[in-house]
Write a protein that binds this ligand. Sequence first.
Ligand SMILES: [Zn+2]
Length: 530
Amino acid sequence: MLNRLLTLCLIASITCLTAAKPVKFPVTSEKTKYHSKPLPRIAIAGLGIESSTFSPALTDEVAFHAKYGADVFTMYPFMAADSNVRSQAAWFPAIVGKSLPGGAVTRQAYESLVNKTLDSLKKHLPYDGLYFDIHGAMSVVGLDDPEGDFIVRIRKVIGYKTIISTSMDLHGNVSWRLAQNSDLITCYRMAPHEDAMQTKKRAVENLIDRINSGKGKPAYKAYISVPILLPGEKTSTRIEPGKSIYKAVAPASVQPGIVDAAIWIGYAWADEPRNHAVVMVTGDDKEKVTGTAEQLARRFWDARKAFEFVAPTGTLKQCLDKAVASPKHPFYISDSGDNPTAGGAGDATWTLTQILARPEFKTATGPSLLYASIPAPELIKSAIAAGIGNYVEGYAGAKVDARFAPPVKLSGTVESIVYGDKDAEVEAVVKVGSVHVIITQKRKPYHKEIDFTRLGLNPRTAYIVVVKIGYLEPELYAMRADWIMALTPGGVDQNIEGLPYHHIIRPMFPFDKNMKDPDLTAKLVPVSGK
Ligand SMILES: [Zn+2]
């Protein structure tokens, strides 16, 4: 019922934008208005992964750690049982799954998760709203634009009366059909993504507000495709020009007549027509919405040549030479080509092989180097059998990505074994010469101080720390005495101009150096269902 009346209100608000008359809710009388108004019915669904099509790795269903029903709330602190957000709606969480970045998702895993989501959504129809929590850079074997496919299939189940609020990572891609089927759409404004939860909360609060106020779907969604494709490591919002481009987003989004504004950098390690930057602004004031989108897009385009890597870069040899000779420690080196949080397989051995071959690190008294990390399930078993303090040897890595180096032989002392990590499951440290190599049962990113200290390693007193990462995550960034990014080979090679793209739209910066200025006028995406 609420749904039907809400739609009538929607039609009213769309066809008569200037009317100041408040839109009425289905209440029986003014007196009982605040008590009889039923809570809006809001569903939650989404899948999040960033997956490289330039990596030989594949992602299965288990990797999504899918949460079902009420467990979904545990992913959002702002939706705790006693929270204000929670009290404002009747919630129907279906499934939310988040995977570490990786290779393309298998078609079977995708179909299974989508079908489970649709089955769950069917149980509680109808909905006034749906919060669609996605990353936006999922690649699925044999399927283009999976998030666009997913939302279309959700629409087939829930219909077009439901307002969908989509929140994304700024490294996600916004296809036209994703934009059309979303009524509210936004993304992070910070990279690294320190505002991830704030963004999700904004998406949910805007959804609740549009339902409860009776304003319904925003009448205008401006979409501008910006022909830029850059790696995240060149577009951090910590430094210019990303910093001021993104700083303009929040003030743009709070103008009267605007609901939200967002800029997507897009994802560089997949090869589809949707892989490029996008600006979107949603709201009820047509001129404001289109004008603001055009300003943001123009600013982004004009700054394109100023994007540089967030840290000094070099070959691995240059980076190691610099780190060994530097007076500043801990000296961090990003092993960027196989960064598992961008989509690398995480088990490429090229970098570790080069490190272990260097004479400085051959003896236990050499400069201490922490290496994070390399999956080695068999060597983990050997380490457990040998026990802490004892000698172990065996091969690590290159089970998935052996394109650049074969499995690396590690011979050394077991320093620690830790069980129970959500991603790694089992981790061990094997000391080879002066190198403390973290080996894992399954791949895992090392982004926090505790990721090291729980293994008995101290990243603050180490001479050199080499991590499979792109830009340093906040805790590591804060403790670095110096930092350089090694341009190493792998599934997320930072030298994207050398990657074999065939399907991205051309011309595209930086691939087509002398391209003409693109048309950056805003296109209005039809309201969902129109
Ligand atoms: Zn991201």
